[in-house]
Design a binder for this molecule. Structure first.
Ligand SMILES: Nc1ncnc2c1ncn2[C@@H]1O[C@H](COP(=O)(O)OP(=O)(O)OP(=O)(O)O)[C@@H](O)[C@H]1O
Length: 231
C-alpha cells in the first residue's frame, strides 16, 4: 500500500442518516476526504448530495452517524465551534446568491478577513490579489448585480478561498453558468486548490465538471459509493 492509501483522511463521514420531514435524504452515507484531494459527489436530483455536503460542512447536523474533521467530532461540537470552523477551516461556494449585494466585489472578498480580525487596508489588499488571480480585479469596484454570472462566481470563489481554508465545499458551483464561464470557474478553482493543497468536496450533476476531480463518489438512495479513505 502506498503512503497515500494509509494517510489519515482529513474529513470523514460515517453512516450518516438525515431526514427532512418524512424524506430520508441520507440513509447511511459514508465518505472520506484526504487533505488536498478533490472529490466529486454526483447522483440523480434528490439523491441527497446537498444534504451530505451540508452535514460535512457542519451546516446541518445529521440525525445519526458521525462526521470527523482532523480528529474532531463535529456532531459533538457546539454551534460556536462549528461557526468558528466554517470561518477558519472551511470555505463554501454555492450556485448563486452568496455575495452581499450591497458591497463591491472587492469588499465582498475582504469581508471574511475583516471578520477574522484583519485591518481594512490589509484585507482590501489581499482581496485585490485574489480578484487578480481569478481575472476579475478590474471589476473590483462593481457590485454583484453589475457582474456577469461567471465574474460573480470567480469573485465568490476568491471570497471562499481568501482565508486559506483546508476544505472547500462547492455545491453546483457552475450550475447557473454557460459552458465557457463554467470552464473558467473550474479551471481557476482546480489550479488554485492544487497549488494551495485545499481539499474540495464538489457536488455536481455535470460530468464535465466532475472530470476536474481526482475521484467521483455517486449517491444512490442516500448511500455513497465508493466511500473512499478512512471509512
Ligand atoms: N429543507 C428541506 N425540507 C424538506 N425536504 C428537503 C429539504 N432539503 C432536502 N429535502 C429533500 O431531501 C432529498 C435530498 O435533497 P438534496 O437537496 O440533498 O438532494 P440533491 O441530490 O442535492 O438534489 P439536487 O441535485 O436536485 O440539488 C430530496 O428528496 C429533497 O426534496
Amino acid at each position: 500500500m502506498s503512503n497515500e492509501d494509509t494517510a489519515a483522511p482529513l474529513l470523514v463521514a460515517r453512516a450518516l442518516v438525515k431526514a427532512h420531514g418524512g424524506t430520508e435524504a441520507l440513509r447511511g452515507a459514508s465518505l472520506g476526504l484526504r487533505a488536498g484531494e478533490m472529490v466529486a459527489v454526483t447522483g440523480a436530483s434528490g439523491s441527497g448530495k446537498s444534504t451530505l455536503l451540508h452535514c460535512l460542512a457542519g451546516i446541518v447536523r445529521p440525525d445519526a452517524g458521525t462526521v470527523t474533521y482532523a480528529g474532531e467530532r463535529l456532531e459533538e461540537a457546539t454551534e460556536k465551534r462549528l461557526s468558528e470552523l466554517r470561518r477558519t477551516e472551511f470555505g463554501v461556494l454555492f450556485q448563486f446568491g452568496q455575495l452581499v449585494p450591497e458591497l463591491t466585489a472587492l469588499d465582498n472578498v475582504a469581508l471574511p478577513l475583516l471578520l477574522g480580525g484583519s485591518g481594512r487596508a490589509t484585507a482590501r489588499e489581499r482581496a485585490g490579489a485574489w480578484l487578480e488571480r481569478f481575472g476579475v480585479r478590474g471589476q473590483g469596484e462593481l457590485r454583484p448585480g453589475e457582474l456577469s454570472g461567471g465574474q460573480a462566481q470567480r469573485a465568490a470563489l476568491a471570497r471562499a478561498l481568501v482565508t486559506g481554508p483546508a476544505v472547500l465545499f462547492a455545491d453546483e458551483p457552475t450550475g447557473a453558468l454557460d459552458s465557457l464561464a463554467s470552464e473558467q470557474v473550474m479551471t481557476a478553482l482546480a489550479h488554485t486548490v492544487r497549488e494551495s493543497g485545499t481539499a474540495v468536496l464538489l457536488v455536481t450533476h455535470d460530468a464535465q465538471v466532475a472530470a476536474y476531480a481526482d475521484r467521483e463518489v455517486t449517491l444512490r438512495d442516500g448511500v455513497a459509493s465508493p466511500a473512499g479513505v478512512g471509512v
